[in-house]
Design a protein around this ligand. Sequence first.
Ligand SMILES: [Zn+2]
Length: 68
Amino acid sequence: MAIVQSASKCPYCREEIVTGALLCKHCGMPLVKRQRKKPPFWRSPYMLGAYSGVAFMILMIYLYSRIF
Ligand SMILES: [Zn+2]
């Protein structure tokens, strides 16, 4: 959630509004930009692939250490 910078004033009508309000009580405009949440870097598909690769390598190292 990205709250507009001037939280104490409506960016549309410049009227005073309560900080954290979702809608301006004066003009009714939404004050919170609806953005699709970007997944954090460590949860991206690329990192999931890297994790599985690392897990596979650890498994292989474990198996080799058991054999030799
Ligand atoms: Zn307003």
